[in-house]
Design a protein around this ligand. Structure first.
Ligand code: NOJ
Ligand code: CA
Length: 544
């Protein structure tokens, strides 16, 4: 086992909860979730057993991409509250042993950000090179996405995501002589942008946040040669990380990148495993049945049944092999973050029964790394079809609907008329809710709480625990693995298949069953463990 001694201790055994601020809890009856609402629900968050919260962007914005289009990095959006509310959230969370990570959007601003407004104007300003502009409308923009025709300035500007999100200029690793507008990463103007973002981080770290989830972390440095780009990204993130370690040794950086080998080398403490790049098929094979269509941002293509679906054919090999590859690349230096979902992905519940949801939670909270739970997944909130495009959500809106706290018309989310909610509630009269599940010991919510508590209590199940596959296959098999550290060993069995399996493994000691979904019986004697695994079942055992 390689111990990680570069990441803050608290993070080794962390469990993160992602809160989408507009949809969590509305404290003032305007139909939009807010910071005082999150503070009011911190006891609930603490009851889940997580020790960190990641908050999606809560900064001033015209909300053309739900806040991922920042207009003022230093100001909380009035609809969520004030900077004092945010400071208060950090303090109240801290009292409950919870750290707050903010969402840093360093790759682009809103088109309404004063830097961009200045840089797009005709005259010369200090912000002219904060973004990537061609020097005149006849210059070659190369293979990047540019917007033309809406600025007074003579030139086109590069975008990072939507057209309203102009890319900030961190430079090019190997500027292309055919595109003289590309500046090198050490150009003094480019370095000004780097320092602006450091100032933003400093502002919130000084206020009491514990680090950042970094949006599109991989896009900051661009170029033609992938090696040069990797190098440029390592230099940039390595610089930020070294500065953070020195000045804020408890703070962490988590990337939206989905190539842990690259991101952890660049300086991140963890990287989300998402449906992106070459990891997309492995992600789909575990729990989504869908992969994105390359270069078509909102399209998904169905794949075969995923491992954790009711019609599972028992293929755990694709995901476990891909995960093991990433573990090997990052051992002792940083963590994978396996997510239950996020605000961009189809809800975990989609296509699953509550039994498969329970098996999914069993997997997420016993697999390696630092897991992230998306708000509402713990009660099995559904993906809501047909909610339309709200603030640039497109089909992502179905995964961003208001948290369901209680039975009843407004689901306890807000006192506003549900017609005026930020996004419509799940219309299903049987929609799950926190109050009912809290009262039921067999609920998904209470199982999730017990699994998180178990993970947090045992380092063998956390970020540093060794992962070893006992069985994974492409078809017709359960997925069985161990997690161990020092004297502790756990055995995990996952079988979403329609058939049952008997299995025998050589493992020392006796196995005690701690949690189960369905029936998994164990007998252990003389160094051998015998399992009787029922269909649609799973369990966690501890060696005693
Ligand atoms: C990734 C974020 O998760 C997504 O919601 C956003 O639209 C894009 N980055 C652009 O910032
Ligand atoms: Ca509100």
């Amino acid at each position: 086992m390689i111990r990680n001694d570069t990441t803050p201790r608290w993070f080794h055994n962390a469990v993160i909860y992602e809160i989408y601020p507009q949809s969590f809890y509305d404290s003032n009856g305007d139909g939009i979730g807010d910071l005082p609402g999150i503070i009011a629900k911190l006891d609930y968050v603490a009851s889940l057993g997580v020790n960190a919260v990641w908050l999606n962007p809560c900064f001033d914005s015209p909300f053309q991409d739900a806040g991922y289009d920042v207009r003022d990095y230093y100001r909380v959006a009035p609809r969520y509250g004030t900077n004092d509310d945010l400071r208060n959230l950090f303090a109240e969370a801290k009292k409950r042993g919870i750290r707050v990570l903010l969402d840093l959007v360093p790759g682009h601003t809103s088109i309404q950000h004063p830097w961009f407004v200045a840089s797009a104007s005709r005259g010369k300003t200090p912000y002219d090179d904060y973004y990537c502009w061609t020097r005149g409308r006849r210059e070659n923009p190369g293979n990047y996405r540019f917007v033309s025709g809406i600025a007074e300035r003579d030139g086109f500007f590069m975008i990072n995501y939507f057209s309203c999100q102009p890319a900030l200029n961190y430079g090019f690793a190997d500027p292309d002589p055919a595109c003289p507008w590309q500046m090198p990463t050490d150009h003094p103007e480019v370095r000004k942008v780097r320092e602006e973002m450091r100032k933003v981080m400093k502002f919130y770290l000084d206020m009491g946040c514990s680090g950042f989830r970094v949006d599109m972390a991989r896009t900051l440095v661009r170029g033609r040669d992938p090696e040069a780009v990797r190098h440029g990204l390592c230099e940039l993130w390595g610089d930020y990380r070294a500065w953070m370690r020195k000045n804020y040794p408890e703070a962490v950086l988590i990337s939206e990148w989905s190539r842990p080998g690259d991101s952890i080398s660049a300086g991140f403490d963890a990287d989300f495993l998402l449906s992106l790049h070459e990891f997309a098929p492995a992600f789909a094979s575990l729990y989504r049945n869908m992969v994105p269509v390359p270069e078509r941002p909102y399209e998904l293509r169905p794949t075969g049944p995923s491992f954790l679906s009711p019609e599972s054919t028992g293929n755990s090999r694709s995901f476990s092999a891909a995960m093991e590859r990433e573990l090997a690349k990052t051992a002792g230096r940083g963590y994978l973050s396996i997510v239950s979902g996020n605000h961009d992905l189809i809800r975990l519940r989609c296509g699953k029964t509550m039994t498969e949801m329970k098996l999914a939670m069993l997997a997420i909270f016993t697999l390696p790394g630092v897991p992230t739970l998306y708000y509402g997944d713990e009660i099995g909130m559904r993906y809501v079809e047909g909610v339309g495009n709200v603030e640039g959500s497109y089909d992502r809106g179905g995964s961003r609907t208001p948290m369901q706290w209680a039975p009843g018309a407004g689901a306890g989310f807000s006192t506003a008329d549900p017609k005026n909610f930020y996004l419509p509630l799940d219309p299903d009269p049987e929609r799950p809710n926190v109050a009912s599940e809290s009262a039921d010991p067999d609920s998904l919510l209470n199982l999730t709480r017990r699994l998180i508590a178990l993970r947090r209590a045992h380092a063998a199940l956390g970020g540093d625990g060794e992962y070893r596959t006992l069985e994974s296959a492409e078809r017709d098999a359960p997925w069985i693995f161990t997690r161990s550290l020092e004297n502790e060993r756990f055995l995990v069995v996952l079988n979403p298949c329609k058939t049952g399996f008997p299995r025998r493994f050589e493992l020392p000691g006796k196995m005690k069953r701690l949690e189960a979904v369905g029936e998994v019986a164990v007998t252990s004697d003389n160094g051998s463990v015998h399992l009787e695994i029922a269909p649609h079942s799973g369990a966690v055992f501890m060696q005693i």
